[in-house]
Design a binder for this molecule. Structure first.
Ligand SMILES: *[C@@H]1O[C@H](CO)[C@@H](O)[C@H](O)[C@H]1NC(C)=O
Ligand SMILES: *[C@@H]1O[C@H](CO)[C@@H](O)[C@H](O)[C@H]1NC(C)=O
Ligand SMILES: *[C@@H]1O[C@H](CO)[C@@H](O)[C@H](O)[C@H]1NC(C)=O
Ligand SMILES: *[C@@H]1O[C@H](CO)[C@@H](O)[C@H](O)[C@H]1NC(C)=O
Ligand SMILES: *[C@@H]1O[C@H](CO)[C@@H](O)[C@H](O)[C@H]1NC(C)=O
Ligand SMILES: *[C@@H]1O[C@H](CO)[C@@H](O)[C@H](O)[C@H]1NC(C)=O
Ligand SMILES: *[C@@H]1O[C@H](CO)[C@@H](O)[C@H](O)[C@H]1NC(C)=O
Ligand SMILES: *[C@@H]1O[C@H](CO)[C@@H](O)[C@H](O)[C@H]1NC(C)=O
Length: 522
């Protein structure tokens, strides 16, 4: 017994001398419930008998190394503490000089100092007192990891898994539970597994997904929350209309937007999509490789013109799909007026008036003090209105006697303004007063009407061309539109002349006022 006690003392001293060395980390920290592998190697002198087996044991420092229980041992003659049994494991074997210790399901009570010892029957009995292992078990702060593919795509079933780093097989069993708005369609019993299959929806983008891990048989839990990043194709593309810098309205697909000519218009397209889509604007419906008029979400028209009338489309382009939304721009403007123009016919004086406006104007006539609207046919007066699109025409037939100096006005009116033109029947060598209209005069009138009609047809017939004959002030933006009811002067005059056999194209240039002159003024 004394020999046994003395033996280690005799061997004490410089380890290099004795060939008894141990290499292990001085201090190891592990979180409660988790596992740790403590690498360790040692050396001892070759046994005296090769058949003399060397056993390894780890002891809690301070425990009796002769009679006490080890925390881990491969010595069949030694008992292991129940507290560490199955949790502290010796790895490798003595012949490879391996003293590595695997610790599972660490418990707070495991905190302490540990001592390694080798024993054989005949040769070696040694505790490595110089290199002890200091084990510290701290509270569990480790969070689980949620594993998911880099991209979550709407509608695509995706496997997600949860794991607790530091846990190990054979350690404390873990209980998983998943929570999150994205999981509301999954069966509850699938949410207690470490792996789930989720089919994300657009509305799941940005929602929180939590995996909670509980160490079974304890109250210890830990959890991780991630924000889902779900890619999805554009949906709910909307167009916002800005006027004067403020959002006025959000337009639905294919809706119509009335805009006053000359106004500034700013349209902004927005799409519910992730990641952001490429937004661009087209006039009309975009063909496959059409060039956009704007490659951003903003379309700006500094001055809305009549040519802008029609469809504007916003395209949201995205790897997962594209979407179009369009609105129809309806350019509104106050009436533009041509006429009235008058000519002598067999039945009397015939005057025409033509206007272009959006919305279409209503036309009315003023004869002296009288006001005639629509298609009235009273007394000497027959007005025939017609309208198509932005155009409105009215022609008037005056029968019977007309006093000279008579004012005849045509008035075009819509919500944006009123325009009127006046014809003044000037006193001439008037035969009107006598009530006689010679046949020759009627013929001349017919020729004059011809030239008026050419003009009217050109104006009223060419709808794409804005207003070729309009006076300059009619180009002015709507901002300086004339107040309703304002009269305008037309600087045109039409002369009726004697039939003298001249070519019609010469008539205007050489016109004389033989019978009466009709001046268009305003
Ligand atoms: C000890 O054995 C374990 C398990 O076989 C091994 O992982 C480790 O590398 C060994 N250590 C040494 C120092 O040989
Ligand atoms: C989502 O999780 C983050 C971080 O965990 C949290 O700050 C946020 O309030 C959560 N949002 C919702 C809607 O629960
Ligand atoms: C979501 O994922 C996309 C790529 O798929 C990335 O561009 C974007 O920055 C991510 N968003 C967030 C909020 O993480
Ligand atoms: C579409 O987007 C608009 C504006 O962002 C929002 O007000 C509206 O509720 C959305 N509609 C749907 C069906 O998501
Ligand atoms: C825009 O502002 C101008 C002057 O500031 C105003 O006359 C006009 O009515 C405004 N237009 C709209 C649509 O609010
Ligand atoms: C808008 O309307 C057009 C034509 O009806 C249609 O082709 C397009 O898909 C619609 N876009 C949306 C987002 O509903
Ligand atoms: C003209 O007026 C009559 C009666 O007032 C009406 O029945 C008719 O439809 C009108 N015609 C036109 C072209 O407006
Ligand atoms: C208006 O009158 C002119 C000349 O008479 C004619 O050419 C044109 O077609 C008319 N337009 C409408 C809309 O009636």
């Amino acid at each position: 017994m004394l020999a046994l006690l003395l033996l280690p003392l005799l061997w004490a001293g410089s380890p290099q001398d004795t060939g008894l060395e141990l290499q292990v980390e001085k201090s190891v920290t592990v979180q409660e419930g988790l596992c740790v592998l403590v690498p360790c190697s040692f050396s001892y002198p070759p046994p005296w008998y090769s058949s003399d087996p060397v056993y390894r044991s780890w002891f809690r420092d301070g425990d009796n190394i002769y009679y006490g229980n080890a925390v881990a041992t491969d010595n069949p003659n030694r008992a292991v503490k129940p507290h560490t049994k199955g949790r502290f494991l010796l790895l490798g074997d003595a012949t490879t000089r391996n003293c590595s210790l695997s610790i599972r399901d660490a418990k707070t009570k495991d905190t302490g100092t540990y001592l390694f010892r080798v024993e054989s029957v005949y040769s070696v009995k040694h505790s490595y007192e110089d290199n002890k292992l200091n084990l510290r078990v701290t509270a569990l702060t480790q969070k689980p990891d949620i594993h998911s593919p880099e991209r979550l795509e709407s509608g695509r079933p995706t496997d997600l898994s949860c794991s607790l780093p530091g846990s190990c097989e054979g350690g404390r069993p873990l209980a998983f539970s998943w929570t999150g708005a994205a999981l509301d369609s999954l069966a509850p019993d699938t949410l207690v597994s470490s792996a789930i299959t989720l089919t994300p929806r657009p509305q799941d983008h940005g929602t929180n997904l939590t995996c909670q891990v509980k160490l079974q048989g304890t109250r210890v839990t830990t959890e991780r929350t991630v924000q889902l990043n779900v890619s999805y194709a554009p949906r709910n593309v909307t167009i916002s209309v800005f006027r004067n810098g403020t959002v006025l309205e959000n337009m639905q697909n294919t809706s119509s937007l009335p805009v006053l000519e000359g106004q500034a218009l700013r349209l902004r397209c927005a799409a519910d999509v992730n990641p952001p889509a490429h937004l661009s604007w087209f006039q009309g419906t975009p063909a496959l490789n059409a060039t956009p008029i704007s490659s951003t979400e903003i379309l700006e028209l500094l001055r809305v013109q009549m040519e802008h009338e029609g469809e504007f489309t916003c395209r949201a382009q995205h790897p997962l799909g594209s979407l179009h939304v369009s609105l129809s721009l309806s350019v509104h403007y106050p009436p533009q007026l041509l006429g009235p123009s008058c000519s002598w016919e067999a039945e009397g004086l015939r005057c025409s008036c033509c206007s272009r406006a959006q919305p279409a104007a209503s036309l009315r006539w003023r004869l002296g003090e009288g006001l005639w609207e629509g298609n009235s046919s009273h007394g000497p007066f027959t007005a025939t209105p017609s309208s198509a699109g932005p155009w409105a025409n009215s022609s008037l037939n005056l029968r019977g006697e007309l006093s000279s100096g008579l004012r005849l006005s045509c008035e075009a009116r819509n919500v944006h303004g009123t325009r009127s033109g006046t014809v003044l029947l000037l006193p001439g060598k008037s035969v009107l007063g006598a009530g006689v209209v010679p046949a020759a005069l009627a013929g001349a009138g017919a020729m004059a009407l011809f030239s008026v009609c050419v003009c009217l047809t050109f104006f009223c017939g060419s709808r794409q061309k804005p207003w070729p004959d309009s006076p300059p002030d009619q180009e002015s933006p709507a901002g300086d539109a004339h107040p309703p009811g304002e009269q305008e002067l037309y600087y045109a005059s039409i002369s009726f002349q004697e039939t003298d056999g001249r070519e019609p194209q010469d008539q205007k240039a050489r016109g004389t006022t033989e019978y009466s002159e009709i001046k268009t003024s305003k």
